[in-house]
Design a protein around this ligand. Structure first.
Ligand SMILES: [Zn+2]
Length: 133
């Protein structure tokens, strides 16, 4: 017959477009738009002496802040999931400015303080042997 059996081949890929960074930028755009709309409405209220515009501006401002918080939270969830699975991510996770993390001395990936072996490279840890720098 001459037909060879198909093989499963390993291919590497690289996704350089982090969705989490785009979400964070979009969140900031909504925040700026909300602030601009609020400021614009204050100007319209003064110019036209109609408080109707102030209500519209306040609504836009609140919407901008809410969208900023929600989209930024989504962005951070993606970053946290990527960090947990060891994938590269762009951006910073809030509340991580200072603190203690546990990393493997062999490969540098994050682990739990009581891990028996590295989640990434598989190196075995000696119990109770967390050395600081
Ligand atoms: Zn390791």
């Amino acid at each position: 017959m001459g037909s060879e059996a198909a093989k499963v081949e390993k291919e590497t890929y690289r996704d350089t477009l982090g969705r989490e960074a785009g979400l964070a930028v979009t969140a900031r755009i909504f925040l700026v738009l909300g602030i601009v709309a609020t400021l614009g409405s204050i100007g319209l209220t003064i110019a036209r002496a109609e408080f109707f515009w102030l209500a519209i501006g306040a609504g836009c401002g609140v919407l901008g802040v809410v969208l900023f918080i929600v989209l930024h939270a989504l962005s951070e969830i993606i970053m946290l999931l990527k960090r947990l699975t060891g994938m590269p991510y762009s951006g910073t996770i809030s509340g991580t400015g200072a603190g203690t993390i546990y990393v493997c001395s062999q490969c540098g990936s994050m682990n739990w303080s009581d891990s028996a072996a590295c989640r990434k490279c598989g190196a075995g840890f000696e119990p109770g042997d967390t050395t600081g720098h």
